[in-house]
Design a binder for this molecule. Structure first.
Ligand code: ADP
Ligand code: ZN
Ligand code: ZN
Length: 814
């Protein structure tokens, strides 16, 4: 037998690790003796990288010693792989398809990063020690604050936060000491102490029969309390019974005598509904999906059901069918739709077999849910975009609710679309996927038309409730007749008043927040722009300031024009805050709530406003697109669209599709109960097809018209699109880099059309100048190879990591 000694010593010696850095390669590390048998592909490792320590994912174990030196991995973070083979393969697919570094993809696939504490730690160098000794020898006790800081560091390394507590000026002083070479900084990542969470966020239970031994008085009290009250308790509640139980609990927790776990958010069961008997349309859709689930092969469905047709009921039933077949299920919903009410429905049906993955959850809670899924304890997962990476065992079914929703697209690296990744995952797992929507994306509907997806239709509402009547109000005519530029037409006011009188509710949509959408000078025409971005500032009246909606820069409201110093400043363009104010003026007695990003700030604000409205605490709900998503409020009989024109002017080929979707969805909020609904749409583009067909709630006609436009212009789904953005704080630099790419791609490769380089629609954003090339590929292969060329050039020319952004299948072209 001829084995190398390393292998004989036990386990492979080297490991390739993928790190969250913008580089397209893995890094090889040596495995210390203690780790050799324990590291498996998919496990996370803590490794040194330059002066930092990073968490990476083990990819490959081998015996090939790198030629040019190798450092040792520091620590293994998982005993079982955080990413299975299947998920690693999915990660590789994402990295390839979306042109993203694998390490960054893998990092966004594991939600356990929150366990690692990152920070800077300062320590004294040898030179610093010598200097300190001399300084203190010479002068004895010293008043010099820099020397005092060094004195603190003499004993042990300290964090920046700690030093700041000792001295307000610590940051500056440390920088000075660093320059002199007296102090060194190190980036550390330490495992966070899981017991440091506040008591209200911890659950406590006995970890078994407490071993005999020495306990403090409080510890004994706590243990006998837990023995008398079996099961797990919120630690805060226990503290109410036993003062100072918290400290005792943490001490016992560290010794492993009690188990401390993160408290999961309470879930509302208020909206739990009994299962309904499916109607004929629902039954037909259900039967087809179930047959596919039982066949255990990949199958994709597009479930196109009008608003209120009972799609959720189908989801619940097919998930149950999947569980019954012994396979796990995953439901993805748009960010905003995952409310306690929504989660409550699933808990009611599936009990503690459900795990919820929400971005609003804290790290500890997310990690806990993730572990429950990984262990197989939770067979049903409900989550937002990144939920597509949930480690569901034996996956049989994925459901994507509101598949057209833009929140499935991640707008930072890796720029993946959760819906599309889900299709790929289902394919690899031999699972079924159901894409549901009342307004399917053109891409998905086209896939159904050419037979890639099976189309299932629910053409009518539950109990044959009619869709709401939609009436278009031409605001140009309104202006001619009243000679007033009003927010509300006479007709809309009249209908709102009628609802107030009979105690029914109204929803008003204006998809633009703030009070006035721009501020201008009457003398010279100057519009006030953000100092960081090439966009106008929005006036927010409650805060009495101007705000940039792109970078959050805020300014005081000017009294004079910044350009010509005239006093004639005026405010233009109506936002949701202004709509609310106009309502108060017209209907002083009405109870009005507003829902937009300004009023929905905390984790639960959205749900609070919504349930207040549902319970009848408000007569009118005003809001941005947030109000259009999936709510089922029976008493709403009037929906008003204050301006349907907001999105139409966007420089984006999807402007019509978005407008159609938003108007159709918001119209779908009316008349969902016993009472019929009415919708009024105010517009200055009454003839635009997106507005006409949404008013008619005619998806089929809209699709026909829009698909013709896409075909003619060679936009998706008739081409593969990528947006290549070049950015720099230095305009000349940005121009130069964009020009370099332009030249590189001239003449354009075969099967490729390239628009630009040109200024991006938002030419400056967060102080960076932006130029873009829009690539349309007749084939994905052609597009892919051109993007590889671009990336190679950026790497060879050593572009700064932030200079190049590649967005494959972009949803926003701004
Ligand atoms: P969608 O998601 O298609 O807009 P929902 O799933 O919210 O529609 O269903 C609309 C309403 O109809 C809900 O209140 C739901 O409880 C109810 N519902 C669904 N299916 C049935 C059924 N088969 N019989 C009676 N009511 C139903
Ligand atoms: Zn001016
Ligand atoms: Zn800005």
């Amino acid at each position: 037998m001829t084995e190398t000694t390393a292998a004989a010593g036990g386990g492979p010696s080297y490991c390739d690790v993928s790190l969250p850095v913008p580089l397209d390669r893995a890094f090889t590390y040596a495995l210390p003796e203690t780790l050799r048998h324990r590291v498996k592909p998919g496990c996370r490792l803590l490794v040194p990288f330059g002066a930092r320590k990073l968490t990476g994912v083990a990819l490959r174990l081998h015996e090939e010693a790198p030629k040019d030196g190798v450092r040792e991995a520091l620590r293994l973070l998982d005993s079982e792989p955080a990413l299975s083979e299947e998920m690693l393969a999915l990660g590789r697919w994402i990295a390839g398809y979306y042109c993203a570094p694998l390490g960054e993809v893998l990092r966004s696939m594991t939600p356990l990063g929150g366990e690692i504490r990152r920070g800077k730690v300062y320590s004294l160098t040898d030179r610093g020690r010598d200097a300190l000794r001399q300084l203190t020898l010479a002068t004895g006790a010293t008043e010099d604050p820099a020397v005092q800081l060094m004195g603190l560091l003499e004993w042990r390394p300290l964090s920046a936060a700690y030093l700041l507590k000792k001295n307000d000026d610590a940051a500056r002083l440390i920088r000075g000491l660093e320059k002199k070479g007296f102090v060194q900084v190190e980036n550390v990542e330490a495992q966070r102490d899981p017991f440091r969470a506040p008591s209200a966020k911890l659950r406590i239970a006995l970890a078994g029969t407490p071993p005999a031994g020495k306990y403090r008085k409080r510890e004994r009290e706590l243990l006998s309390y837990l023995e008398l009250h079996p099961g797990s308790h919120n630690l805060k509640d226990v503290e109410a019974a036993i003062p100072n139980a918290g400290d005792a609990a943490r001490a016992l927790g560290r010794r492993g005598i009690v188990a401390l776990k993160p408290e999961l958010s309470p879930v509302s069961t208020q909206f739990a509904r009994q299962p309904h008997t499916l109607n004929a349309h629902q039954q037909r859709a259900f039967d087809q999906i179930r047959a596919a689930v039982d066949s255990r092969t990949f199958h994709a469905f597009l479930l196109h059901g009008v608003t209120g047709s009972g799609k959720t009921e189908i989801y619940l039933n097919v998930i149950e069918a999947s569980l019954a077949a012994g396979r796990g299920a995953l439901l993805l919903v748009p960010e905003i739709a995952l409310t306690p009410a929504m989660a409550g429905q699933f808990f009611h049906r599936f009990g503690d077999r459900v795990a919820i993955l929400h971005s609003a959850f804290g790290d500890a809670e997310r990690a806990e849910q993730w572990r429950r899924i990984r262990s197989g304890a939770a067979g049903v997962v409900v989550g937002t975009r990144s939920g597509v990476f949930a480690p569901v065992e034996k996956l049989g079914l994925i459901v994507i609710d509101e598949e057209h929703d833009q929140s499935y697209k991640q707008e930072e690296t890796p720029r993946y679309n959760g819906r599309d990744v889900a299709v790929v995952r289902a394919q690899a797992a031999g699972a079924c996927i159901v894409l549901g929507s009342a307004t399917p994306s053109l891409e998905s509907r086209f896939n159904a038309a050419r037979g890639k997806y099976t189309l299932l239709e629910l053409p009518e509402r539950i109990e044959r409730r009619p869709l709401a009547e939609v009436e278009i109000i031409d605001m140009r005519v309104e202006f001619l007749e009243t000679r007033r530029q009003a927010v509300f037409s006479r007709r809309l006011l009249e209908e709102i008043r009628a609802r107030l009188e009979c105690g029914e509710q109204t929803m008003l949509l204006l998809n633009r927040r703030g009070f006035s959408t721009f501020v201008a000078c009457r003398s010279c025409g100057e519009r006030i722009q953000c100092v960081n971005c090439a966009v106008t500032m929005t006036f927010h009246r409650r805060d009495r300031r101007l705000l940039c909606h792109y970078c959050n820069h805020a300014e005081r409201v000017p009294t004079h024009c910044p350009k010509c110093h005239s006093e004639h400043i005026y405010f233009l363009g109506v936002g949701s805050e202004r709509v609310e104010e106009e309502l108060h003026r017209e209907f002083p007695e009405a109870r009005v709530a507003r829902m937009d990003r300004d009023t929905v700030t905390g984790k639960r604000a959205y749900e609070t406003i919504l349930s207040g409205f549902r319970e009848g605490s408000y007569d009118i709900l005003v809001g941005t697109q947030m109000i259009a998503k999936g709510h089922d409020i029976p008493n709403v009989t009037l929906v008003g669209v204050v301006s349907a024109d907001v999105g139409l002017g966007m420089p984006d080929f999807r402007a019509a599709e978005r407008t159609f979707q938003l108007l159709t969805q918001v119209a779908g909020r009316a008349g969902r109960g016993e009472l019929p609904g009415e919708v009024l749409v105010q517009t200055i583009n009454p003839d635009h097809y997106a507005i006409r067909f949404s008013a008619a709630q005619d998806y089929a006609q809209f699709y026909e018209k829009e698909i013709q436009f896409r075909r003619m212009m060679r936009y998706p789904p008739f081409s593969a699109l990528a947006n290549v953005l070049v950015r720099s704080e230095d305009q000349q630099e940005a121009l130069r880099l964009a020009g370099e790419l332009g030249a590189l791609l001239t003449p354009p490769p075969e099967e490729l059309k390239i628009l630009g380089p040109a200024e991006a629609p938002v030419a400056r954003l967060k102080s960076e100048f932006r130029y873009q090339l829009l690539m349309k590929g007749a084939s994905r292969r052609a597009l892919k190879s051109a993007l590889e060329t671009v990336r190679r050039r950026a790497a060879e020319s050593r572009w700064p990591a932030t200079a190049l952004v590649i967005d494959v299948d972009p949803l926003s072209l701004l």
